[in-house]
Design a protein around this ligand. Structure first.
Ligand code: PLP
Length: 368
């Protein structure tokens, strides 16, 4: 048994938190990368109160339409070809435009009036230095798109919003609001703005503009470096579990698993757990990593360290500190409310986003 349980109530709770923090903005709930590994079909019903959803590829956008999402879909990297732009028009998808070829497609292939594809997210490079037009190009692009009948949302992306005191935040905010003012007075007063991902939404409440674009916070992982999800009143939307499949005692002086990386200092009671990097549990996990074993007789939960190398299909955990007799078949929580995905990520030298997105198809996904 290896299961990924998605909690619709937690998703709805987290969306409500985002809406309460940004009461005057519309919410584009980010569901790219299969809803950060949760499964788009699993999460959409719980995100009905969002004003729109954001995806990275046209296939993700089409999947959401097939699942019956009728509101806004924002394609955050825009079309990759004129064909994709045409597909976006056919399915009422609002695209980002971040470079000249996309601008050309948009000016050549006009959507019908009232199509959602007539709303474009014009990407401005304010300091992230990945996608977006620079100062000169963006003014010209905005003018040409406006003249062609498009409604515009000026958008940019923070490079360091997770770190509130990083100096680039203020610079990006200033450049963005200067440009938005300029376009509103020189091109059209109706141009809207969108600046904030989850971290920006939490850290910069004065800069929510018209649309906020929360992703990671909806899934109950913290977007902020020095605050936990719990601090932010976010609930984990995923519980990732496996099962104890064998229990044994390893003798003092013996090693465990590949490379015999961990050597028992004394006779040590261990359990084999049916999870590995083939499921998405990180192989690089450090010796501080732990999982929680659930004792079904009284529903108590016991933290157990992970010992030795994570293999493709199994890990070994140390039961020495567990006061009760653990049953074969016991459920083991790899991440959920404890440990949180953010804790596991910190023990794997990465961030919650990556662990969530790297989950494989092997675990069974269900709603809970
Ligand atoms: C992924 C993404 C977001 C969401 O970021 P989080 O850090 O997950 O909140 C927002 N905007 C854009 C353009 C993105 O690509």
């Amino acid at each position: 048994m290896r299961t990924i349980t998605i909690k619709p109530e937690a998703l709805t709770h987290n969306l409500t938190q985002a809406k309460q923090r940004a009461p005057n903005a519309k919410v584009l709930a980010m569901v790219k990368a299969n809803a950060y590994g949760h499964g788009v079909a699993m999460v959409l019903p719980a995100l009905q109160q969002a004003d729109g959803i954001g995806v990275a590829t046209i296939d993700e956008a089409l999947e959401a339409r097939q699942l019956g999402w009728h509101k806004t879909i924002g394609l955050v990297e825009g079309a990759f070809s004129a064909d994709e732009w045409q597909t976006a028009i056919t399915h009422d998808i609002s695209c980002v435009i971040h470079h000249a070829p996309q601008l050309d497609w948009a000016l050549r292939l006009l959507p019908p009036t009232d199509s959602a594809a007539g709303v474009v997210w014009l990407k401005y490079n304010t300091g992230m230095n990945r996608l977006g037009f620079d100062d000169n190009a963006i003014v010209k692009a905005a003018q040409r798109l406006h003249d062609a009948g498009y409604q515009l949302i000026l958008t940019t992306h923070f490079a360091n919003a997770d770190d509130r005191s990083h100096p680039l935040n203020a610079i990006q905010i200033q450049r963005f609001s200067d440009m938005l003012n300029h376009l509103q007075s020189h091109v059209s007063p109706d141009i809207q703005g969108s600046l904030c991902n989850s971290a920006g939404l939490v850290n910069f409440p004065e800069h929510h503009n018209d649309w906020v674009r929360p992703g990671i916070m909806l899934y109950g992982s913290s977007p902020i470096i020095d605050q936990s999800a719990e601090d932010l009143n976010l609930q984990p939307a995923m519980e990732f579990c496996a099962q104890i499949m064998a229990i044994q005692t390893v003798k003092a002086g013996e090693g465990i698993g590949y490379g015999s990386r961990w050597i028992a200092q004394q006779d040590t009671k261990t359990a084999l757990v049916s999870i590995g990097y083939g499921d998405g549990y990180p192989r690089v996990i450090s010796d501080d990593a732990y999982v929680c074993v659930i004792d079904t007789t009284n529903h108590s939960s016991h933290a157990c360290p992970v010992r030795g190398r994570v293999a493709m299909d199994m890990i070994v955990i140390d039961l020495s500190a567990v006061p009760v007799d653990v049953a074969l078949d016991s459920t083991v929580v790899l991440w959920g409310s404890s440990p949180t995905v953010d804790e596991v990520a910190s023990h794997a030298g990465t961030i919650g986003y990556e662990l969530l997105c790297r989950l494989s198809q092997r675990p069974t996904r269900k709603l809970g």
